[in-house]
Design a protein around this ligand. Structure first.
Ligand code: KIV
Ligand code: ZN
Length: 511
């Protein structure tokens, strides 16, 4: 019988620390629900002491999900642990995840503590957390650069104090697969009470080895893997959940372990995340990139036609990359639209369904074929984006090349749903039509933000494909990402900019 590997997803904590991946409360809840559908065992929902926003997000996620375990992160500091418990205690299965650094360099320069002091902090923190719950995880930050015998002592102490999961992070993405394998084996073989805890790995991707290191650790006996959807995370990211899981599944005979992940939810999960954070899945991304199953060379195509197994080690269907039987178009009724939304993982109430239905009808007049991606984009654009403070009412753009420079006229609505609404108009010149639109929007909102990044992608194929635009802006030290999808890329750009300004405003208010 194969062993179970627990999947600990930290998309909403370590992943959210990735530049440009900040999510608001609604988005975190939507992502958490998708993670539960995906079948992860533990969702790390945030770092409750970090801010009031983080605390509330962790609390809200605990209430929004069912039996999946929900972890909150905290330092080995009593007030952090208390705050963490306040945030997670309403979950059906709460976990406290406490960490302290154990490498010489971190203890000396970051913590200014001796190894004995760190050992003491770990013992006190874990026993304090264990008074709240028996589900306590202890992480030795920067473990891969720590002294192995010191780690033996720290983990032995943490387990004796009540830790049921011991995490061995490669915090700076420094280790190598064979070295990490030996390290995990050493720890399992030398910690006297190792059998009382599950050993976990948490790898960063600075040298591009996060997945390889995680797999080596599993091979050595680790039974929890910490990862993120699409590998988002600090710096170069964390181990990508979809890569670890598909490696384990595809090479079952080697690993002889299993997870509870519903692999057909992998692609929908990566797509959901990409829509939420406004960053497209790179085409060459393993498992979920557009090219991952595309065979371009004649020799490969010939082989695949003769027998798919010649060049395909897994099927697109196994990760949920298939079209479904329900085709949405001009003649679809609201029942079909509802069903499609459900297939994509969205439960819509009647009011939201009516909004989606009218958006589908509007799009069907402009576009021949409506793909799943289009429907999902509409759900996110038209349904979930209603409570914005700034909203686009209308715009017109002139993109001349002669004496009249490109200019745009923009009309926007200001105010919140149910409150006072103020309509404002402006026109502006620009270097190009998108620049003119952005200047007009800045003029209306009164925030001359700096545009740090701008990208356009086609959501589906064909010249009538929806254009998906992502922007990143910065103003007075606050960064915000915005995204939008529309059949017209200039309009999508305006909507993405307005979305970013709304998010900037929210962050400013939260601060
Ligand atoms: O990378 C790391 O060490 C972490 C810990 C807090 C687990 O994220
Ligand atoms: Zn990390």
């Amino acid at each position: 019988m194969s062993d179970r590997v627990f999947v600990f997803d930290t998309t909403l904590r370590d992943g959210e620390q990735s530049p440009g991946a900040t999510m608001n409360l609604d988005e975190k809840i939507r992502m958490a629900r998708q993670l539960e559908t995906l079948g992860v065992d533990i969702i790390e929902a945030g770092f409750p002491i970090a801010s009031q926003g983080d605390f509330e997000a962790v609390q809200a996620i605990c209430k929004a999900v069912g039996d999946v375990q929900v972890a909150g992160l905290c330092r080995t500091v009593i007030k952090d642990i208390d705050r963490c418990w306040q945030a997670v205690k309403e979950a059906r299965n709460p976990r406290i995840h406490t960490f302290v650094a154990t490498s010489d360099i971190h203890m000396k320069y970051k913590l200014n503590k001796s190894p004995e002091q760190v050992l003491d902090m770990a013992a006190k923190a874990v026993s304090h957390a264990a008074q709240y719950t028996s589900n306590v995880e202890f992480s030795a930050e920067d473990a891969s650069r720590s002294d192995w015998d010191f780690l033996v002592k720290v983990f032995e102490t943490a387990i004796a104090a009540g830790a049921t999961t011991c995490n061995v992070p490669d915090t700076v993405g420094y280790t190598q697969p064979f070295e990490y394998y030996e390290m995990i084996q050493y720890l399992l073989g030398n910690i006297p009470n190792a059998g009382k805890a599950i050993f976990s790995v948490h790898c960063h991707n600075d040298l591009g080895l996060a997945v390889a290191n995680s797999l080596a650790a599993i091979q050595a006996g680790a039974r929890q893997v910490e990862c993120t959807v699409s590998g988002i995370g600090e710096r170069a990211g964390n181990a990508a959940l979809e890569e670890v899981v598909m490696a384990i599944n595809t090479r079952k005979e080697l690993y002889n372990v299993e997870t509870r992940i519903d692999t057909e939810q992998i692609y929908p999960s990566c797509r959901r995340l990409s829509q939420i954070i406004g960053q497209p899945i790179p085409p060459y991304k393993a498992i979920v990139g557009t090219n991952a199953f595309a065979h371009e060379s004649g020799v490969h195509q010939d082989g695949v036609i003769k027998n798919r197994l010649t060049y395909e080690i897994m099927t697109p269907a196994s990760i949920g990359r298939t079209g479904t039987d329900i085709v949405i178009g001009k003649h679809s009724g609201s029942h079909a639209v509802k069903k499609k939304a459900e297939e994509l993982g969205y439960e819509l109430d009647d009011e939201h369904l009516a909004m989606l239905f009218s958006a589908v009808k509007e799009l069907a007049d402009k576009k021949e074929q409506i793909y799943d991606e289009d429907v999902e984009a509409m759900i996110l654009e038209k349904v979930y984006r209603r409570r914005d403070k700034f909203r686009l009412v209308d715009m017109s753009v002139f993109s001349g090349t002669g004496d009249v420079p490109p200019h745009a006229a923009v009309v926007m609505e200001f105010g919140s749903l149910g409150g006072e609404v103020d309509i404002r108009r402006i026109s502006s010149f620009g270097e190009g039509s998108i620049d003119a639109v952005f200047k007009a929007i800045y003029g209306l909102v009164g925030v001359p933000a700096k545009l740090e990044r701008y990208s356009v992608n086609a959501v589906t194929q064909g010249s009538d494909a929806l254009g998906s635009v992502a922007v990143r802006i910065e103003h007075e030290g606050i960064k915000a990402v915005g995204r939008a999808t529309d059949a017209d890329v200039v309009r999508a750009s305006a909507l993405a900019m307005i979305n970013a300004l709304n998010r900037l405003e929210k962050t400013r208010e939260e601060k």
